[in-house]
Each structure stands twice: as structure tokens, then as C-alpha cells.
Design a protein around this ligand. Structure first.
Ligand SMILES: Cc1cc2nc3c(=O)[nH]c(=O)nc-3n(C[C@H](O)[C@H](O)[C@H](O)COP(=O)(O)OP(=O)(O)OC[C@H]3O[C@@H](n4cnc5c(N)ncnc54)[C@H](O)[C@@H]3O)c2cc1C
Length: 433
């Protein structure tokens, strides 16, 4: 099938020779073997970087997307790599299981989330990639490799976070846990108080994060903790349908875009108004798969770096200061999350407990001027970029950030000597001509 492809923000577009939607692993092997030119596999297109862009073949695994089986003893699930996190949640729940942690949204394909080190928050909780216990990989030659900590262990360690550059995962085995419910609480907190209490709030909650509109002197906190309270069903809107808050926030974005002077007052107002959803002593209780995701319908572009956990507060303070002073117009808040260390070679959290700091720009405003100065700050804090979010780093900078970088590059060249799975973006990232 021919057609065009676009990522979620609309800023990355592609006109590939073919968009292939194989229905079986054998089909996928044939697509890879017979493809002319480059092959890039897409999840749900929620990365901001040009990971999927190619004029060769884009492969979508939306038809290889079921819950294949469950290992009750080890609380693991084997899934088709194209299943979205949103579809997986209720299927796991029927089997008495839940994912250990999730990010802000659940629209991603599981393999897409795994491929970039997608994460939620939690002091000792790792990324979604860190819950992977094995995968099957279709390589450039069309063979299938089983990869786990016993078999093809080096490909397992390199492949868990590899942006579709080693091959295409057809199946993934994910570590889950017993199904659980989470209670959401939150509110406003003065900036200096959250800075002083952040480690305590990280340690006393299963999930703690905060959002900071840099012109406000309070932040919005959010916690999720396990609960035995009765669970409510959550009315999720269909894909792309706006909630009333989305409509309002989009209007604020438009106002701030046209009248930059209003961005400060609006940020303060939104901080005050948003905390009202937490009014009352009891939080809302949902099954985990309903509790984690928010619907994000106001489109934006995003940069995110993971910095050493103990430097997170100093870093976010500098980032906000820069955003207030740089003169670039923006409205979105900074997001601050803790992520546990893991051991995938290219994980931003490789052997390092981290704080992830994300900055956003409304999709109808240019982002480069805003993100450039912030990236300089992240780099001074030894930050590692989120692979799915905007950054400008290439191999010569990345090699210093990732102890197993050279091993990854060598293994990638061995598996894919002709660069079938590389596009322009990945050639820059990996330093391949
Ligand atoms: C609104 C929004 C909210 C977000 N929230 C968070 C968040 O809370 N936390 C966070 O960490 N990130 C977040 N992200 C970023 C997002 O989770 C990542 O960019 C993720 O990779 C997107 O998944 P996807 O399924 O859309 O994959 P895509 O963006 O389509 O692809 C991502 C990468 O995975 C590779 N890939 C896809 N399928 C396969 C496969 N079968 N085998 C091998 N490689 C594969 C692709 O080639 C590509 O390199 C958010 C993004 C948006 C737009």
C-alpha cells in the first residue's frame, strides 16, 4: 500500500514507497526480505524525532497485536509487538495482571514504547523497556532470533532500547504484576517546598511527579498509590476527542501565541485552576491501566533529557529560569519525573537513577529557539536525551554518555551491515555515513 505517514505532532512526515501491514511473523519476514531500500518500523507515531521517516518501506504491526499467552507463575505476558498499551491493559486485567508502570499516555504500541525507553515515574520503577524479558527479532536478512537473558543475551541487552535499528520485534514478553488499583491525588505546592521535599515525596509515594509552569511560583503535584478502595470505571474518550479542558487549554495556547505578554498571567491562572480537580480529601481510584494515562489532545513538540537523580532539582531550576528569561513565547509546563536505573545499553537510565525533565512547545509555534538553550543546560547536567523526543545530539556526543555505545554500534553493524534499518536521522545519531 502506498500513502503518506505523519507523526502525532504533525511535524514529521514521510511519503514511503510502501506502507506494509503484515498479518503474521512469516509475512513480516517476507516484507523485510523483499523490501527495496530502507525499512522503518512504526508504532503509533508518537515520537517527535524523525525515527520512522523514510522513502523506502514503513512497516506497521497493527495486525500483529494480540495477547498471545500468559505465564501465571512468573506473571509475564507474551504479546504481539504492535499491540497498543491501551488495548493491552484490559486484556491483562482479565488475566489478573497489570503493567508495573506506564507513562502519561497509552496510545503507543508496546514495541514503540520499548524501542525508545518510554517511562512513567517512580523512584525505583524502571522504564517500560526494563520490564521486557524477551523478544523475537526479525533481522535484515529476514531471519527470526529469540532474544532473552539466556539466548542471544547481547542482542537482548542492545535491542531493548534500539529504535528499530537492529530489526523488527514481532513478539515481546513483558514482566507484569498482580492486577492493582491506584488512587490519584494532587494539588498545588510552592516551588521552594517541592524542591525541598522532592526526595521525600518520591520515596513516600509509588508514583510522584510535578508539572511547573515556569512563570508560576507554585507547581502542580500528582501522586498515584495502591489502594483497596472501590474502583470506578473510567470514561475514556475516543482517540482524538477533546475533553472540555482540552478545548480550554487550546484556547489559552492560542491567546498566548497571539499575545505573548499574557503567557505569565495565564500560567499562574492555569496552575490555580487546574488544582481544583483534586479538591476533596479522597482521590479517584481506578484500575492501574485506567489510572496512569491522561488524554493529551492539544498537540505539541517536546524535548526531554534524563539527568542524574540527585541533580534533578538544580537542573529544573535552571531550565525554568532560562525559559522565563529567554524571550521565547511558550505556555506549556515542565514535567519532572523520577525513573529507576536499568541495564539496556542505550537506555537513558542505564545504570543511573534519574530525573526526567520534559519541556513542550505548542505545535503551532516553532520550538527550535526555545529548546536550543534548554538543551545546553541539560548537557551541562550530563543529560541523556529521550530517543523519541527532540534533541540534536549525534554519535560524537552520545559516545561519552553511554558506556556500551561502541558495543552497540559494533553489534548493529554485525546484524545489519548494509544499513537496511537506518534512515537519515539514525545515521546522524549513530555516526554512520
Ligand atoms: C502525547 C504524548 C505523550 C507522551 N508521553 C510519554 C511519557 O509519559 N513517557 C515517555 O517516556 N514518553 C512519552 N512520549 C513519547 C513516546 O512514548 C515515545 O516516543 C514512543 O516511542 C512512542 O511510541 P509509538 O508506538 O508511537 O512508536 P513510534 O514513535 O512509532 O516509534 C518509536 C520507535 O520504536 C520503533 N519501533 C516501533 N515498533 C517496533 C518494533 N515492532 N520493533 C522494533 N522497533 C519498533 C520505531 O522504529 C521507532 O524507532 C509521549 C509522546 C506523546 C506524543
Amino acid at each position: 500500500m502506498q500513502g503518506s505517514w505523519s507523526n502525532w505532532s504533525g511535524w514529521v512526515k514521510a511519503w514511503p514507497r510502501e506502507i506494509a501491514t503484515p498479518e503474521t511473523e512469516a509475512d513480516l519476514q517476507r516484507v523485510v526480505r523483499e523490501a527495496e531500500g530502507n525499512v522503518r518500523v512504526a508504532g503509533s507515531g508518537h515520537s517527535f524525532t524523525a525515527l520512522v521517516q523514510t522513502n523506502g518501506t514503513i512497516v506497521s504491526l497493527q495486525k500483529i497485536a494480540g495477547l498471545l499467552d500468559v505465564d501465571d507463575e512468573h506473571e509475564r505476558a507474551r504479546v504481539g509487538a504492535g499491540i497498543t498499551i491501551r488495548d493491552l491493559g484490559p486484556l491483562l486485567h482479565e488475566k489478573g495482571l497489570g503493567l508495573i508502570n506506564q507513562g502519561d499516555i497509552d496510545r503507543q504500541a508496546i514495541a514503540g514504547a520499548v524501542g525508545t525507553g518510554t517511562h512513567g515515574t517512580g523512584g525505583t520503577l524502571g522504564s517500560i523497556s526494563s520490564a521486557v524479558r524477551g523478544f523475537r527479532l526479525v533481522t535484515a536478512g529476514g531471519e527470526v532470533l529469540d532474544c532473552n537473558s539466556d539466548v542471544n543475551a547481547d542482542i537482548f541487552d542492545a535491542g531493548r532500547v534500539s529504535m528499530g535499528s537492529l530489526g523488527i520485534m514481532s513478539e515481546i514478553t513483558v514482566q507484569c504484576r498482580k492486577a492493582y488499583a491506584l488512587e490519584e491525588k494532587g494539588g498545588r505546592m510552592p516551588v521552594e517546598e517541592v524542591f525541598a521535599r522532592a526526595p521525600e515525596l518520591r520515596d513516600s509515594n509509588r508514583h510522584f511527579e510535578f508539572f511547573w509552569f515556569p512563570f508560576a511560583n507554585e507547581v502542580l503535584t500528582k501522586t498515584l498509590n495502591e489502594t483497596d478502595r472501590p474502583v470506578r470505571p473510567r470514561n475514556r474518550l475516543p482517540d482524538g476527542a477533546d475533553a472540555s479542558e482540552d478545548k480550554l487549554f487550546r484556547q489559552f495556547c492560542e491567546i498566548a501565541r497571539h499575545v505573548p505578554l499574557l503567557r505569565g498571567p495565564l500560567q499562574k491562572f492555569i496552575t490555580r485552576a487546574s488544582s481544583s480537580r483534586y479538591a476533596g480529601s479522597e482521590g479517584k481510584a481506578y484500575w492501574s491501566y485506567d489510572a496512569f494515562p491522561s488524554d493529551r489532545n492539544v498537540r505539541f513538540n517536546e524535548m526531554e533529557y534524563a539527568v542524574p537523580a540527585e541533580k534533578g532539582i538544580d537542573c529544573v531550576r535552571e531550565v525554568a529560569e532560562h525559559m522565563r528569561r529567554c524571550g521565547v513565547n511558550f505556555l506549556f509546563p515542565i514535567e519532572f519525573r523520577y525513573v529507576g536505573a536499568d541495564d539496556a545499553w542505550l537506555s537513558p537510565f542505564y545504570h543511573r537513577a534519574s530525573v526526567s525533565i520534559s519541556v513542550h512547545q505548542y505545535h503551532r509555534q516553532p520550538y527550535a529557539d526555545l529548546f536550543r538553550g534548554i538543551e545546553e543546560i541539560f548537557r551541562r547536567y550530563e543529560g541523556r536525551p529521550h530517543w523519541g523526543k527532540l534533541h540534536t545530539l549525534g554519535a560524537s556526543e552520545l559516545v561519552a554518555l553511554y558506556p556500551r555505545w561502541d558495543d552497540f554500534i559494533a553489534l548493529r553493524r554485525r546484524l545489519d551491515p548494509n544499513g537496511k534499518f537506518l534512515n537519515q536521522h539514525l545515521r546522524r545519531v549513530f555516526g554512520e555515513s
